[in-house]
Design a binder for this molecule. Structure first.
Ligand code: ADP
Ligand code: MG
Length: 678
């Protein structure tokens, strides 16, 4: 008996090895594989001569292979396979990364279609080939999947073909018939067959529309159901207390939006249900002090607070900040991170369990099983998108439905935030603390690097501090040497006589912390860093940041990096270095030059990249849609949302018999698997 829940190994040609690769993509069963849709189709039907493509675009060229060069080993795990082609007018060097067989499989003198990124410079044309097919191959649409290394497209296509042949008849329609009719949507079986093997672009679009609609419809149903769910009672009531001791001890006065957010939190504390609140604020907007206020109030009622940060640097910075604000008021603060020795951890954990600490700050070590709280009333997660849902859950479980504050600097538009964090209330910090000046931003070519470095030196000589974000080839192997060499070079040239520190991902937490603290104390004036400084590090005296290869970063990431400066009274600068001249890159970077507003930048970023890339794969906690794109498909989303709403109006809990399959799918696939379940 076949079943859609059969493991992929039920398909011929799938052994344990391929099963593992599939698992990496989240594919366990045949059903998962059927729903593993291509992102798009590459169209091989319109090749053009080399001269007609712009540099730094994805080009499709019909070319004859003239030469194969010996492979070039760049370093461990990186070999280039190069060849030479001609389109009849010009020649072009082609490169395959780490793909021995791609070039081997091509015959000299034969003609193929090459698709890939084209660069044109003084030495001529160069293409980094991403796909190549024989010219006479009639197939013009080629699927692009989000594949993982070692999983060959051909094999995947065969597996999908087999799965469709044997299992498609078992697939059941998921959408109500009236919706299929109203929006002229393909039946599910047809859609699945056609999304994998469309006969033309139009067939693909139709299949995609149907599947997007389905996804957005279920997404909406799930969000509505979550929101409408009966809420738990507040088992951690924290009555209003006087906040003035806290306010009076601050070295600055709060912004209006900080006050408002704190008030909202205090109100939640004593409301009938536990707090579930998202505090969103641009970098530097001052979220930490809001968190401190919440901890203060919780402690006044005898509750412990846990503050979870994604990195050790950030955790220990929070500890220092909160220590400064709260210990004078008699609040005891502990720091629990992975780098403590076993013994230290044990002692600290004993203290946490005893109630010796009112506020515990930490990294993932916080939610490990061994940590037991005495009376946990409040959980705060900083930079929440870096945590998985499960990690947050684990921490919440440590108390009896504690209040939960989620802090995020990812400045997504309000509407999108509400869609994504549908069941959270929202507080927004939309003002900067007084006295902040916008960071003046420049975009320059590397031929001006020396001048920029001298400018940086001048800032340091005038008492400021600076960051340089390294040109880094790739996280990992090359990172260490590249960064070290670069820092050495700077020390011996422009920055002679200035204390230069180095921060990179290969350092352990203690080393990082030592460097960061020295920088914070002003003992280091220039910090050369790979992107590890990105998260939340706060050194108000730092006023200049130079970012190499700025084109490699997304806009929001650049904004985060830039947010390391402009935190104090000093005039601040951000210098973006990039030699990429294609119009897209220039346009992106000029957004940075023109705006200091994280929300505006995020919107531009979303527009330029689409939500899929914006949230990326590393961003946990947001339900990643499989096929639909909230921005691109926003009209379809509205439609699907309206339909979901009206269906729930008629049957609020999807209890009617005819809605049973719908209800099961929403519960199982969406609420349990993809969305928040606290
Ligand atoms: P983020 O929102 O990026 O986490 P932080 O909480 O790190 O921002 O705050 C950034 C800096 O601004 C810190 O040095 C903090 O002390 C300072 N700050 C916060 N609120 C105010 C305020 N109302 N007035 C002046 N400075 C403030
Ligand atoms: Mg922060």
């Amino acid at each position: 008996m076949l079943s859609l829940t059969d493991k992929v190994t039920a398909l011929s040609g799938v052994g344990p090895k391929r099963q593992k690769l599939y698992q990496k993509l989240g594919i366990e069963t045949v059903e998962d594989l059927l729903h593993f849709y291509p992102r798009r189709y590459e169209d091989f039907s319109h090749p053009l001569p080399l001269s007609q493509w712009q540099s730094q675009t994805t080009a499709l060229v019909e070319g004859t292979l003239l030469k194969k060069y010996p492979p070039a080993y760049i370093r461990k795990g990186m070999t280039l396979y190069k060849g030479l082609i001609t389109d009849g007018f010009s020649r072009c060097q082609i490169t395959f990364f780490n793909n021995e067989y791609a070039l081997k499989g091509l015959a000299l003198g034969e003609t193929y279609l090459f698709s890939g990124r084209l660069e044109k410079n003084l030495s001529g044309y160069q293409m980094t080939v991403s796909a190549v097919i024989p010219t006479e191959e009639s197939e013009t649409l080629r699927p692009v999947y989000r594949l993982t290394e070692g999983l060959p497209l051909k094999g995947v296509l065969r597996n999908i073909k087999d799965a469709i042949a044997a299992y498609l008849p078992l697939v059941k329609e998921t959408l109500p018939a009236f919706l299929l009719k109203r929006y002229r949507l393909l039946p599910i079986k047809e859609a699945i067959a056609s999304i994998h093997f469309p006969k033309d672009q139009k067939a693909f679009e139709e299949a995609k529309r149907r599947l997007c609609f389905e996804e957005l419809f279920f997404f909406s149903l799930a969000l509505f159901l979550l929101k409408g769910r009966p809420k738990e009672p507040n088992r951690v009531p924290i009555p209003a207390c006087s906040m003035s001791p806290f306010y009076q001890s601050l070295p600055f006065s709060l912004t209006d939006c900080q006050k408002r957010s704190i008030d909202e939190i205090l109100k939640d504390f004593s409301s009938p249900h536990p707090m579930r609140r998202l505090l969103q604020g641009d970098v530097g907007s001052g979220k930490t002090v809001v968190a401190a206020a919440a901890c203060y109030a919780a402690a006044q009622s005898g509750y412990q607070s846990a503050l979870m940060a994604p990195t050790e640097i950030l955790a220990s910075q929070h500890e220092k900040t909160l220590e400064g604000m709260l210990s004078p008021l008699g609040i005891r603060i502990g720091l629990l991170t992975g780098s403590l020795s076993q013994k230290e951890k044990m002692i600290l954990r004993a203290g946490i369990q005893n109630g010796d600490f009112d506020v515990v700050i930490g990294t993932h070590a916080l939610f490990q099983q061994a940590t037991v709280f005495h009376r946990l009333g409040l959980v705060i997660t900083d930079e929440q998108h870096r945590f998985g849902v499960r990690q947050r859950e684990a921490l919440i479980q440590k108390g009896d439905t504690p209040h939960h504050l989620v802090m995020s600097a990812t400045p997504i538009p309000r509407t999108l935030a509400l869609m994504l964090y549908g069941d959270l209330d929202l507080s927004v910090l939309d003002q900067r603390p007084a006295g902040r000046k916008p960071v003046e931003t420049f975009v320059i070519h590397s031929d001006k690097r020396t001048r920029a470095l001298h400018f940086l030196r001048k800032q340091i000589e005038e008492g400021g501090q600076g960051y340089i974000v390294c040109p880094l080839i790739e996280e990992g192997v090359g990172e260490l040497t590249a960064a070290t060499r670069y820092a050495e070079e700077l020390k011996e040239t422009v920055f002679r006589g200035i204390s230069v520190g180095l921060l990179h991902g290969k350092m352990n937490a203690e080393e990082k912390d030592a460097v960061m603290s020295a920088f914070a104390r002003g003992e280091i004036s220039l910090l050369v860093a790979t992107t590890v400084i990105e998260v939340g590090v706060d050194v108000p005296n730092a006023n200049i940041i130079l970012i190499e290869n700025a084109e490699r970063f997304g806009l929001s990431q650049l904004h985060q990096l830039r947010g390391r400066v402009g935190r104090g009274e000093r005039e601040s600068y951000c210098i973006l270095l990039s030699d990429h001249d294609n119009p897209d890159t220039r346009r992106r970077l000029s957004v940075m030059r023109k705006s200091n507003d994280g929300f505006f930048i995020a919107k531009q970023d979303l527009k330029l990249r689409g939500a899929g890339d914006f949230f990326g794969e590393k961003q946990h906690g947001v339900p990643v849609l499989g096929i639909a794109d909230l921005m691109e498909d926003s009209l379809l989303f509205q439609t699907a949302r309206e339909e979901a709403r009206s269906l729930l109006k008629e049957d609020p809990k999807l209890e009617k018999e005819e809605h049973r399959p719908l209800s099961e799918k929403v519960q199982h696939d969406w609420i349990q698997k993809k969305l928040w379940t606290e």
